[in-house]
Design a protein around this ligand. Structure first.
Ligand code: CAO
Length: 478
């Protein structure tokens, strides 16, 4: 990485100066490094305008062994921030999602394209000896290996932590697994399993109904985000220690981290009912575990989803409305219930708790007279927190999300233009690099040549070995 270069030029400088006198060398080097390092070990602030000093993760190289959703989310984010992400795929097949939920014949699915933008793809058969040789070369040159295979799969390939650490002591090995060490550590896990095992499903949905999973992929994408943070922390520590480490994110843990307020409520239950849950106002007793709370808002500011104009035909004509205490007076005025401001039955948050159902019914009577957008405009004039229920169609068409780069249109050579979610993390000096996903093995030659330094004849030899192509199909017995 860049550090190596720095070291080299420092050495070269020192050599030249050594010709004059040893003492002078020390003095010069000290003066130069002080000037360069700005006194705190960091380089002096760049003079380049913001956004023109490269990307945050320029120089970082990732060996991306991920598939499906959780791992790819992580590496895509790192790629958006400038990392060179080399996605290793099984020859012939690639990431299984390339062919899942296909909407355009013979084109990589949106499932794949929206999770693998800005990466390069190389096909390597990890079960072929030559393939393993190339993987080892990649391990030597990359900074981080990211994987989310089923438990034990990486070891079965021969890529144990011991082997990787010996090959490249600086390498960080980052893994997503369904569960951490314990009774379920060997289990394969998909999104909804994690939502259930992490406590989210038991606390989502309506009390009268079964547990529900959410549309937001908190198990997969949520854990991918956790992993990205772990990788960044490990890289930072590597700056001090010079060595890599293992980073493990279990999907169960990631979901629980996102559902932590429900574990909070579990403990509160031992001290009495959860008064902000509408169940309390309805006089329904609480059981031993945190119940499903429908659309109740999680915090101390009660909220609910109310109908808006057109709800009869439009499944998304709704508004989330929060009866935030500081704007209670404004709410009463706007909905036409000014007496609720002083009526002791309504005037305080505590007095309102048992009546939330009735209060939201009154608010809904009002919001049903206007569209969700009209309601949003009106309530925001009074600083009343609320939000329209946006459909994915509305989000896809929302121009402000395009303007910020949160929704990006990219062009793909086979499927044509498609929308993807850009970087939701905005860095003021590192513009997001959102490019289309690679075709299977699109960058195989490029990576062998530019990253590993193989000559054309060597590349041909590697290809002839069969390490980069799908093994020939066995003929069926007649
Ligand atoms: N060359 C040769 N073989 C390859 C290869 C390559 N380039 N890349 C992968 N493989 C092989 C692996 O070696 C492994 O083979 P073995 O089982 O013989 O060792 C196999 O392909 C992949 O294994 P897998 O068990 O990970 O894949 P799966 O489809 O059976 O399971 C999943 C998928 C997601 C359930 C599992 O990977 C898993 O539990 N991952 C951890 C949790 C996770 O990330 N879940 C989120 C998934 S998104 O909803």
């Amino acid at each position: 990485m860049a550090k190596k270069k720095q070291k080299k030029s420092k050495k070269a400088r020192a050599k030249a100066v050594a010709k004059k006198s040893a003492r002078k060398v020390v003095k010069l080097a000290a003066r130069k490094s002080a000037k360069k390092a700005n006194g705190n070990g960091l380089p002096r602030p760049s003079g380049k305008p913001y956004g023109q000093a490269g990307r945050a993760l320029d120089g970082l190289r990732i060996l991306d062994f991920t598939h499906v959703q959780s791992g790819p989310t992580c590496t895509q984010l790192l790629a958006y921030m400038g990392a060179d992400v080399l996605k290793v795929e099984r020859p012939g097949a690639g990431d299984i999602t390339r062919g899942q939920l296909r909407d355009v014949p013979n084109a990589d699915s949106l499932y794949f394209t929206m999770l693998n933008g800005s990466k390069r793809s190389i096909t390597i058969d990890s079960k072929h000896p030559k393939g393993m040789e190339i993987l080892n070369r990649l391990i030597e040159t990359c900074d981080v290996l990211v994987e989310n295979f089923a438990p034990g799969a990486l070891d079965r390939m021969g890529l144990t932590w011991e082997h990787i650490h010996k090959t490249n002591p600086r390498m960080i090995v980052a893994s997503v697994k369904g569960f951490g060490p314990g009774p379920y550590e060997d289990c394969k896990v998909y999104e909804n399993v994690a939502q259930c095992a992490g406590g989210a499903a038991s606390t989502t949905g309506f009390r009268e109904g079964p547990p529900l999973v959410t549309g937001a992929q908190i198990g997969d994408s949520g854990t991918g985000l956790h992993l990205a943070l772990g990788i960044m922390a490990a890289l930072y520590q590597r700056n001090r220690t010079g060595r890599g480490q293992k980073v493990l994110c279990a999907m169960q843990d990631g979901v629980l981290n996102l559902a932590r307020v429900k574990l909070r409520d579990q403990q509160r239950l031992t001290h009495g009912p959860l008064t902000e849950y509408s169940q309390y106002g309805e006089g329904v007793p609480f059981g031993a575990a945190v119940p499903r709370a429908g659309n109740d808002s999680g915090g101390g500011q009660p909220g609910w989803i109310v109908k808006c104009k057109g709800w009869e035909n439009d499944p998304d004509a709704y508004l989330y409305f929060i009866t935030q205490a500081p704007v209670w007076g404004a709410i009463c005025d706007v909905i036409g219930e000014p007496t609720w401001k002083t009526d002791p039955e309504y005037a305080t948050p505590k007095a309102r708790l048992p009546k939330l159902k009735q209060i939201f019914a009154r608010i809904e009577q009002f919001t049903m007279t206007m569209t969700k957008f009209e309601a949003m405009d009106l309530f925001n004039k009074y600083d009343i927190p609320c939000g329209p229920i946006l459909s994915m169609k509305e989000i896809a068409e929302e121009q402000s999300l395009r303007a910020t780069g949160t929704v990006v249109e990219v062009d793909h050579p086979i499927r044509g233009k498609y929308l993807t979610v850009g970087n939701p993390i905005k860095l003021s000096d590192s513009p997001a690099d959102v490019r289309r996903s690679p075709l299977l093995g699109e960058h195989t030659d490029e990576i062998l040549k530019d990253v590993l330094g193989f000559k054309a004849a060597e590349i041909t030899e590697i290809k002839n070995s069969g390490a980069l192509s799908a093994p020939p199909k066995k003929e069926k017995a007649a």
